[in-house]
Ligand binder design. Structure first.
Ligand code: GLU
Length: 429
């Protein structure tokens, strides 16, 4: 059997969950078709004088709720299909947390670790030249994603401003603070997931200090959620990066692990370079073993599609909090649900990032700078409200949290589409 693409998998899930939301057929149909997809070849002058071409994409999936919003990833596996799936998930995510945004996503097929800093700047600026008429403060607002960061957002904003000969900090979010970024954007994705995890723990009546957590992925999202959970007493017993994973029954100190990783660039190196290696008992495991550990909470915080129908049977965690976008394939949903595992879905669990992106956009448009306290308290308010809306619907309707999150989102989008008239309206006039 040929393997289903990520976008096909996302569409199957959408169709299946939409059937629970009692939507008009026209609304479902509208959500099956990405609004705009642009592919551009970016020519890049390399430091050695040669020229290379990189494929770049941006998909504006749906703009019913407002200008489209979503990150740009730089990764060797980026392709059109993946970008479409990610932009569909952004559409649902923005609706779940009640932001006035539609969904989009972009990416470049590149391994940024192989570029020099100057090549990276030229590529970032080339991306904006390629998509200069496709993005804009009222049209489509990019942000960081896998392997992109604040500095890259700053270069992209500068390029957009020089093309359009204007000041436009609101064209992109996740910028450095000095260039109009928001305080609290750097840890927002991890903090949002942390807030959802705390709510889940409360609902389950679990004790924080008894909780053992495994985190797959030690990028921005994985690091901050692990750090915050450790601060309130949870034990982070396993963590991984793209090179491999480490396990310690006593739990890791996330701050020192992060500091070491910044230097050695890999967490396995951190534990085996004679420094911490000697202090903390640990064992090296694989990313696959990490997923099947007997822990309370599993947090996939790397890439999509890591939990499939093949390995879902091995999962022993009581709950999964999805920080990555799409870590569980639709084909695995039934297996996970039948095991009674609570899944806080990506479209809710990782929505903290885009929520603070929205705050950044609001600040840029109003010429304001909010304090860290203001950002964090508004993030908390929004995340807890969204979590509880989803939780209540799941309890009252007998739905999983993912089903409830999709139903909440689809109903919001549906009201807007219906206000413009559907078949029922036009035929009864
Ligand atoms: N890339 C992040 C996400 O997947 C953030 C998007 C944004 O801030 O617009 O949610």
């Amino acid at each position: 059997m040929t393997q289903q693409s990520t976008f096909e998998d996302a569409l199957f899930r959408l169709k299946s969950l939409a059937s629970l939301a009692d939507l008009k057929p026209e609304v479902i149909e509208a959500l099956l078709h990405p609004k705009q997809m642009l592919e551009v070849s970016l020519p890049l002058r390399m430091d050695d004088g040669s020229k290379k071409y990189f494929s770049a994409y941006r998909c504006r999936y749906n703009n019913a709720l407002g200008p489209t919003k979503g990150g740009i990833r730089f990764h060797p596996n980026v392709n059109q299909d993946e970008v479409k799936a990610l932009s569909l998930w952004m559409t649902i995510k923005c609706a779940v947390v009640g932001l006035p945004f539609g969904g989009a996503k972009g990416g470049v097929t590149v391994n940024p670790k192989q570029l020099s800093p100057m090549e990276l700047e030229r590529l970032s600026r080339a991306y904006v030249r390629g998509f200069a008429d496709f993005i804009g403060p009222h049209l489509d607002i990019p942000a960081p994603d896998v392997y992109t960061n604040a500095r890259i957002m700053g270069w992209m904003m500068a390029e957009y401003e020089s093309i359009h000969r204007t000041h436009a900090p609101d064209v992109i979010t996740g910028k450095p603070i000095e260039l109009g970024g928001s305080l609290g954007r750097d840890d927002a994705t991890g903090r949002g997931a942390y807030l959802c995890t705390l709510e889940l723990i409360k609902k389950m009546n679990w004790t924080l200090t008894d909780i053992r957590v495994a985190v797959q992925g030690f990028g921005n999202g994985g690091y901050h959620v692990a750090r915050l959970l450790q601060q309130v007493g949870c034990k982070i017993v396993a963590i991984s990066d793209s090179q491999g994973a480490i396990y310690s029954e006593n739990g890791f100190d996330i701050e020192s692990l992060w500091e070491e990783k910044q230097q050695s660039k890999q967490i396995k190196g951190v534990y085996c370079n004679d420094s911490i290696c000697e202090i903390i008992e640990h064992s090296a495991i694989t990313n696959e073993q990490l997923l099947s550990l007997d822990v309370d909470i599993l947090i996939p915080a790397a890439l999509e599609g890591v939990i499939t129908k093949h390995n879902a049977v091995n999962i022993k965690a009581k709950a999964i909090v999805e920080i990555a976008n799409g870590p569980i394939l639709f084909e695995a949903d039934d297996i996970i649900n039948s095991k009674g595992i609570h899944v806080v879905p990506d479209v809710l669990a990782n929505a903290g990032g885009v929520t603070v992106s929205y705050f950044e956009w609001v600040q840029n448009r109003g010429g304001q700078s909010w304090s860290l306290e203001q950002v964090q308290s508004q993030l908390k308010e929004k995340m807890i409200a969204a979590f509880n809306d989803v939780w209540t619907l799941s309890e009252t309707g007998g739905h999983t949290l993912r089903e409830a999150a999709y139903i909440c989102a689809l109903r919001k989008i549906s009201r807007v589409i219906e206000a413009q008239g559907t078949r029922q309206y036009f035929l009864t006039r």
